[in-house]
Unconditional design. Structure first.
Length: 427
């Protein structure tokens, strides 16, 4: 089903969805009616997201006998961390594990900001998994999750149905929804944003008009399906920055029908309708925003999800790569495929970088030289795809990130060749 924020309705068995009311005295087939509220009951209508599900057992059956466990890699803000260097940081891709490991166990937090208890900020995690989550499920109640695959195809089973995604696509999982991630045909690797703030939504278009950027129709949502075998399941719960587990004698994937506006989704970043200059100057990178989690300050995001896809460069008398700048927003970036035009060396697919608030950054010397000397004929950037998590809050890296074997100690020297070559007139 297509359309971001739509009111959907779907049933795996004909007649399972009640008509005319949400909670009839006797739902069809003896199912239980349950509402999942992604926002407060009293949130404005245009912000309100909720879904009614009709399931074989109510979710209260998932609550018994949770045991707290230590997750070696998952961290939540606020956290006690090593001092984050006041320097730009970049990492090579995370190596794939030698042994079988599933999605949950593979999660390693790279950086966090804000405070999950106050519902502000986010966590950025990496994953590298080689095994399916057979008989297991994850429920994260600290924030909605946005999965960004870089390697391999994944099959994502959720309470509301199943989705498949691969590199170049993103997967949204609502806060508090149970799901499972299974690799398809090989290992999977990528990143996860754990958004503690307001739900991700499409950015306002302003003078762009009614169309452009990420179009609502390109977001795909699952149809209802359920585990007919009712498989016993180990449920992993993330809550209050802590990890818990319990064993269920049944499957949490037992929703036979549902209707509402809170649902998981897949979006292909290559469907992004890129808006750029057709006269002069490079637009600010905010023009590449796919989704945004607004903060309490208008125009200043808790989290912006930004994409840099294939696009034409046609501007006259313009330095076309991303310009040198210092930003009040912090920028976490990952490369999904190809080459990033501002950093043609040292930034490989699967690699990531962090430029915190007001740390200067911009194109490397070779990219700068090429951009200032090249012919300004129209040029198509092809075979490239990068993303950015941009936040008003400063990121703190974790022990995992600080000791990552791919941390590039000489990244700050990237710009050493940008010497004074000005030709100012003599006095």
């Amino acid at each position: 089903m297509n359309g971001f924020g739509n009111e959907f309705e779907t049933e795996a068995i004909e007649g399972a969805l009640p008509r005319g009311r949400n909670a009839p005295q006797q739902p069809p087939f003896g199912l239980y009616a349950e509402q999942i509220s992604g926002t407060a009951f009293t949130a404005p209508r245009h912000d309100n997201r909720r879904t009614w599900v009709y399931r074989r057992r109510p979710a209260v059956r998932h609550l018994h006998h949770f045991i707290e466990i230590e997750h070696q890699g998952w961290r939540t803000a606020p956290q006690a961390t090593p001092a984050t260097p006041m320097a730009p940081l970049r990492w090579d891709p995370t190596p794939l594990p030698d042994e079988p490991v599933h999605f949950v166990d593979s999660l390693r937090t790279v950086a966090t900001n804000g405070d999950a208890h106050l519902q502000v900020g986010l966590g950025v995690h990496g994953y590298a998994a080689t095994a399916p989550m057979t008989g297991q499920a994850l429920c994260c109640t600290d924030g909605e999750l946005l999965i960004v695959p870089e390697m391999g195809t994944m099959h994502v089973t959720t309470e509301l149905g199943a989705l498949t995604a691969g590199p170049g696509e993103i997967v949204g999982i609502p806060r508090g929804l149970c799901f499972r991630v299974d690799p398809v045909g090989g290992p999977i690797r990528g990143w996860v944003a754990e958004n503690h703030g307001r739900l991700l939504t499409l950015p306002e278009l302003g003078p762009i008009g009614a169309n452009g950027l990420a179009n609502p129709r390109d977001f795909r949502h699952p149809v209802a399906s359920f585990d007919a075998a009712d498989t016993p399941t180990t449920l992993h719960l993330r809550a209050d920055g802590r990890s818990f587990t319990t064993h269920l004698d049944h499957s949490p994937f037992d929703v036979v029908a549902w209707h509402g506006s809170l649902a998981p989704f897949v979006y292909d970043l290559r469907a992004f309708n890129t808006i750029g200059s057709i006269s002069y100057d490079h637009p600010d990178p905010s023009i590449f925003t796919v989704l945004t989690s607004p903060s309490d300050t208008p125009g200043v995001a808790n989290l912006d999800v930004v994409v840099f896809p294939d696009r034409w460069l046609v501007a006259d008398d313009t330095f076309r790569p991303p310009y040198f700048h210092r930003n009040t927003m912090s920028e976490f970036m990952g490369l999904i495929e190809g080459v990033y035009d501002a950093k043609p060396q040292g930034f490989a697919p699967g690699g990531m970088s962090l430029h915190n608030q007001f740390l200067p950054h911009g194109p490397a010397p070779d990219a700068h030289r090429a951009a200032t000397e090249s012919d300004l004929a129209p040029r198509k950037l092809s075979g490239t795809l990068a993303f950015m998590f941009e936040s008003r809050y400063r990121f703190r890296i974790t022990d995992f990130a600080a000791t990552h074997p791919g941390l590039q100690p000489d990244y700050v020297e990237t710009w050493n060749g940008l010497d004074d070559v000005s030709s100012l007139p003599s006095e």
